[in-house]
Design a protein around this ligand. Structure first.
Ligand SMILES: [Fe+2]
Ligand SMILES: [Fe+2]
Length: 404
């Protein structure tokens, strides 16, 4: 881990731009140790000589461009957060950068925007305390998409008459696709003025033509290959768990707006398990062996084996991808909603209950004991414990509706 000031590396081929950045960000020099280099080769040399927390690179540079540079950083220094500055006309290069860049900013970039994106990335680092854990997440380009959903999506986008709603339904049927579509649409490159929480709105904002380009060009949208190991996790089961949790969480929410957030947080709450399974299948196998059937990984064992929790791993990735803070927070603390000091039944608690109910139903269906393992003291304190039975019945209905 980098001690003291956070270290940021800025890369551009034009010295004038670098000097401009230096002037523009001068006020941050108390908190940030900023280095400015002209060119990708120099950046790689700099990264090899000392640790950095964040890299901000221009896209268009002679020789190695920003996208190729970030691909190297992804491979060689995955713990470094990768931000790219691109022009609106650089769509193709931007698509190449999609698997390897965490944030996309468009030029000219306002100092406040750049500062905020760098600051937010640095704040997220407090979720994962060690470089090795950040390496684990930083090496993720995309999450595993279920092959049948991937096929549906590629067929749908090839259909000139397809409607937006149909595409949104396909994307929403897969946790990995949903997360990545929100990554794209929430990036400044596409010019959204706000963060999307609803997949439907995100898909209609990006448009079918653009989505077609992205799906065909970006390798992040590739189907999960059965040859890849997920450390004993079943992708189908994990996905069904996420999708049912999404529906249950929306049902538990006190109002429709919270419901949108709850749906997304419920859907994505366990992406950290997928991250762990993809990047550390052996550790995952240890965990899946030790888990009580029908329950999540036991938190103490998980902490001991991985040094963190799947909640934090997932939250770190989704945070780097620019997803809404409330969703990221709920993902981080879905097993410990009490960590977030709140006297309301809000997102972390909603996802916590939805998760526990869905686990109970999964157990019921498998003929095992079906206790709802919620933090009862926490729910009691919020005055919501007496609702649990009703919620359980609604959750059963939603489970039946979600195809297995
Ligand atoms: Fe979980
Ligand atoms: Fe879960």
């Amino acid at each position: 881990m980098t001690a003291g000031k956070k270290r940021i590396l800025f890369v551009d081929d034009e010295l004038g731009v670098l000097q401009g950045l230096e002037r523009m960000l001068f006020e941050m020099s108390d908190d940030w140790d900023m280095h400015f280099v002209d060119g990708a080769e120099r950046a790689l040399a700099e990264l090899s000589s000392r640790p950095f927390d964040v890299i901000v690179s221009d896209m268009r540079m002679p020789g190695m461009d920003g996208s190729t540079l970030l691909a190297h950083v992804h491979d060689e220094h995955p713990n470094v957060v990768r931000i790219i500055l691109t022009g609106h006309s650089e769509l193709e290069a931007t698509l190449r950068a999609m698997p390897v860049a965490h944030s996309f900013l468009t030029k000219p970039c306002k100092p406040a925007t750049l500062e905020e994106v760098v600051r937010r990335s640095l704040e997220l680092q407090s979720l994962l305390q060690s470089d090795s854990l950040r390496n684990l997440v930083g090496g993720v380009a995309g999450l595993p998409v279920r092959p049948q959903v991937y096929t549906q999506l590629t067929e749908a986008i090839a259909d000139p008459l397809i409607e937006m709603g149909a595409i949104a339904r396909i994307v929403s049927a897969d946790v990995a696709l949903s997360a990545k579509v929100l990554h794209l649409t929430n990036s400044a490159f596409f010019g959204a003025k706000r963060k999307f929480v609803s997949i439907e709105q995100a898909v209609s904002f990006i448009g079918i033509r653009m989505l077609r380009k992205v799906v065909l060009a970006a390798e992040v949208f590739s189907a999960f290959s059965p040859k890849q190991s997920l450390g004993g996790l079943s992708l189908d089961q994990e996905q069904r768990h996420g999708l049912v949790c999404a529906g249950v969480a929306r049902k538990l929410a006190p109002d429709p707006e919270t419901g949108e957030y709850a749906f997304l947080a419920g859907m994505l709450h366990d992406v950290g398990k997928l991250v762990l399974a993809m990047r550390a299948p052996q550790l995952t196998r240890k965990l899946t062996r030790q888990r009580v059937v029908g329950q999540s990984f036991p938190p103490e064992t998980e902490e001991e084996i991985t040094g963190t929790s799947h909640g934090r791993l997932g939250a770190y990735l989704l945070g780097l991808w620019g997803l809404e803070h409330l969703v990221v927070e709920a993902v981080a603390f879905h097993h410990h909603p009490g960590v977030v000091k709140s006297s309301k039944f809000d997102l972390p608690s909603i996802v916590h209950v939805a998760d526990a109910l869905v686990h109970a139903i999964e157990n019921e269906r498998a003929g095992r004991s079906a206790d709802v393992l919620v933090d009862r003291a926490h729910l009691e304190a919020l005055g919501m414990l007496d609702k649990l039975d009703d919620w359980h019945s609604s959750a059963r209905e939603l489970w039946e509706r979600e195809p297995g």
